[in-house]
Each structure stands twice: as structure tokens, then as C-alpha cells.
Design a protein around this ligand. Structure first.
Ligand SMILES: *Cc1c(COP(=O)(O)O)cnc(C)c1O
Length: 412
């Protein structure tokens, strides 16, 4: 962390607008318009030729969205940022911009379901090869890498396994092989994780989760740390000649997302701008609740095991301390003696909400084996660490005593 910088919340709250507001509004207004007007032929021509920046059409750029990008730059060490319609839009746009037909991606075998499907179905159908590897065992990553490997793609903490990649080791391997390191850090946003200092080149996040402020709106962001030399990539060589370290964001904005239509709306950006300011307060509260719930699970005789990398004794504890400031998100899992016990417990809950999302302000619970992973075979489920006895929690910001009371009664 750069000590010359002010704190996260101060930087977010007081990020200046890209341009002075006509009415001196204290909040960045929601610029809901689609098109922007110019005074002269010279001005509009200058903008189209790229000599001078101005907003032209909101599918490509918008002032409220630009402000969100500016705030994300203010709270991270990133060099360039671009906001998109969803986390999936951010992930797909980055991968489509970095990898050419015939190139390949080495990806973690434990991924968010739709990311996995993108890599398994959609990208291969476009001629981009994907190889899955165990990112916690770098020898499998090394074996999968060849001269056409462009990207290592993984999540900072996998879900529901809660496995943590050793980023310094992975990025050392990537540097050695000339591969770009792209991580999905949805569960560990910039308040707890400074990706650049761990050798990550590009961060993608679903801002739907922690950043939106309680699952208020869909969104995604790409943060480019400016550390990768894009002239080495066939897909970005020409862009790098013109835009140098901004090549990735330039290609997304001027080609991929403009043509596929994946931009964030001004209304969504407004939610993100509000949510980001108070995200640290919510993250602290969630992590505190996770730790209290961990002690509750530890002492309860009906809980067979639980998993949260924020507590001493967990296999991910040391990496969670080193990489995520000891605040490894708000997802935890626990096991009861049988699937029947899980269903019975689930049906008896009164306060905790039964839903699949993550990082809502409300605590959410799901039985992954019978829902998110229902379409997988027993063998695949077991390979992914998805047990019939396991429940997944996304811990919210309620008063923890109320959560514990609800769990206690449902476990009776
Ligand atoms: C939710 C999620 C996504 C997808 O984000 P959307 O905003 O729903 O498109 C991607 N990665 C992770 C880790 C997620 O939790």
C-alpha cells in the first residue's frame, strides 16, 4: 500500500469529478442521456480522430460510469479501468481481448459456474483453447503451459472450496513463461487486496457483489495494473503500438465491448459509486461476523466441520493473512452429518435467506450440491469438493447474535 495515499474511504468519497458539475452537486449526478452534442465540426472531428477525449455515445463512455472508473482507480494501484454491464461481461471482454484464435488460456479447475461455462463452451467455439489446471499445484500449471499460452485465469479465493492461490509463486511462473496473470477478485476487492503488489497484471471483478452495496445492481470492472507488455501478445500487438500500456482497455472500449454492447448504465454506476464509499464498513462487519460464526460452529456438536480462511488453524489462514490482510471475504461453508440434516436445518431457518447470491447485505444460505452443482455427476461434484453434507453461507451485516440464534434454533 502506498503510504502517501489517504485511506480507502477518504479516497473513494472525495474522488473529484472528471469535470466540474454545472450545479456544484456534491454527488456525481446520474447522466442518463445517450448522445452528447458538439459545437463545431472541428471539435467533433477532433473527438472522432482520438485527438481529444469527449463523451460521444453512452454505449462507449458515460460521465457517471467514468466517475465510477475514476473512483476504482483512486482506491486501487491500477493504471487503467473500464466498467462493464456485469462480472461476466468483464471476464469475457478481457479474455476475448487478450487471446487470439489459436492461443490458449490455462484456467483454474475451480471457478464460478458461468465463468467455467464461458471457458468450457463459448471460448473454445471461437477457437480459443482452454486448459484447466489445479492452481494450488503449480506443477500442473507449468505442464499445461506452452508457447501459445497467453493468460493464467483464476479466482483469488475459490468458492465453495475456499482455496487460495499463492499469488507470488504463480506470478513468478507467469513472468518466467511470459504469460499474463488475470484474476477474478470478486471475493477480495481492493480494500483487502492490492493485486499489483502480488504480480497480478489484470483484475476483473463482479461489482454486483461487495461493491454494489448489498447486491443492488449488476456490474463488472476491469482493472489493469499496467505491468504486462502487451506488444508480446498477438491479439494486442497493434493496439500496443498505438496505446502502449493502455492497449487492453483501449481494445475493450474501442472494439470488443463497443461491438458486443457490454457497457454499464449510468444508473448502475450510481449504485456502484454509493456502494464503493461504504464497502470497507460492510467488509469489516462481514468478516467480524464470519469470525464469530466460526467460533459458534467450532463449539456446536452438530457441526461436523467448517471452512473459513480467516481463522487460525484453517489451511488457507497464512495466505489469507499475507494476501488479503486477514480478511478473506465473507463466504464460509460448514458440514452437518447428512444431506437430510442439511435440508432439515435449511427448512427451519427463519432469518437467514435462502438464495444463491454472494455478498448481499443479508446473510444468504444455499445447499450447493443440490442446486448450483445439480447438473454435475457425483464424480465431478466430489472432484470439486462439493459434498452432499455441505452448506454454503454468504455472511451479511446483520447483528451476529441474531444469526447465531437463528442457526442455534434450526440446529436443534
Ligand atoms: C458473481 C460472480 C461472477 C459473475 O458476476 P455477474 O455480475 O453476476 O455477472 C463472476 N465471478 C465470481 C467469483 C462471482 O462471484
Amino acid at each position: 500500500m502506498n503510504n502517501n495515499k489517504k485511506g480507502f474511504i477518504t479516497r473513494s468519497l472525495h474522488a473529484s469529478f472528471p469535470k466540474d458539475d454545472a450545479y456544484n452537486a456534491l454527488h456525481m449526478p446520474v447522466y442518463d442521456g445517450v448522445a452528447y452534442e458538439f459545437d463545431t465540426a472541428e471539435e467533433i472531428a477532433g473527438t472522432f480522430s482520438g485527438k481529444k477525449f469527449a463523451h460521444v455515445y453512452s454505449r462507449t463512455s458515460n460521465p457517471t460510469v467514468e466517475y465510477f472508473e475514476k473512483k476504482m482507480l483512486a482506491v486501487s494501484d491500477a493504471h487503467a479501468a473500464i466498467a462493464l454491464a456485469s462480472g461476466m461481461a468483464a471476464i469475457s471482454n478481457v479474455l476475448l481481448s487478450l487471446v487470439e484464435q489459436g492461443g490458449n488460456i490455462v484456467a483454474s479447475n475451480h471457478l464460478f459456474g458461468h465463468s467455467y461455462a464461458l471457458l468450457k463452451q463459448t471460448l473454445p467455439s471461437l477457437g480459443i483453447e482452454v486448459r484447466f489446471a489445479d492452481m494450488t499445484d503449480l506443477s500442473t500449471v507449468e505442464v499445461a503451459t506452452d508457447a501459445k499460452t497467453r493468460v493464467y485465469f483464476f479466482e483469488t479465493i475459490t468458492n465453495p472450496q475456499l482455496e487460495i492461490v499463492d499469488l507470488k509463486q504463480l506470478s513468478a511462473l507467469a513472468k518466467n513463461k511470459g504469460v499474463a496473470v488475470v484474476c477474478d477478485s470478486t471475493i477480495t476487492p481492493p480494500y483487502v487486496f492490492q493485486s499489483k503488489s502480488f504480480g497480478v497484471d489484470v483484475e476483473v471483478m463482479s461489482t454486483t457483489k461487495f461493491i454494489s452495496g448489498g447486491a443492488a445492481a449488476f456490474g463488472g470492472i476491469v482493472l489493469d495494473n499496467g505491468t504486462y507488455d502487451y506488444s508480446k501478445l498477438p491479439a494486442l500487438k497493434e493496439w500496443a503500438d498505438k496505446y502502449e500500456t493502455n492497449a487492453l482497455v483501449a481494445r475493450i472500449r474501442k472494439e470488443i465491448f463497443r461491438h458486443l454492447g457490454g457497457s454499464m448504465t449510468a444508473h448502475t454506476a450510481h449504485f456502484m459509486n454509493l456502494g464503493l464509499d461504504i464497502m470497507p464498513l460492510r467488509v469489516e462487519r462481514c468478516v467480524e461476523n464470519c469470525k464469530q460464526l466460526a467460533s459458534f460452529f467450532e463449539s456446536h456438536n452438530k457441526v461436523v466441520q467448517y471452512n473459513y480462511p480467516g481463522v487460525v488453524g484453517n489451511k488457507g489462514y497464512e495466505l489469507a493473512q499475507a494476501q488479503f490482510d486477514g480478511k478473506p471475504g465473507a463466504v464460509m461453508t460448514f458440514d452437518l452429518e447428512s444431506k437430510e440434516a442439511c435440508y432439515r436445518f435449511f427448512n427451519r431457518l427463519k432469518l437467514v435467506r435462502k438464495a444463491t447470491n454472494l455478498n448481499d447485505n443479508k446473510t444468504l444460505i444455499i445447499h450447493p450440491e443440490s442446486t448450483i452443482y445439480a447438473e454435475f455427476s457425483d464424480f465431478e461434484k466430489s472432484a470439486m469438493g462439493v459434498r452432499p453434507t455441505m452448506m454454503r453461507l454468504s455472511v451479511g451485516i446483520e447483528d451476529c447474535e441474531d444469526l447465531i440464534n437463528d442457526f442455534n434454533e434450526a440446529l436443534q
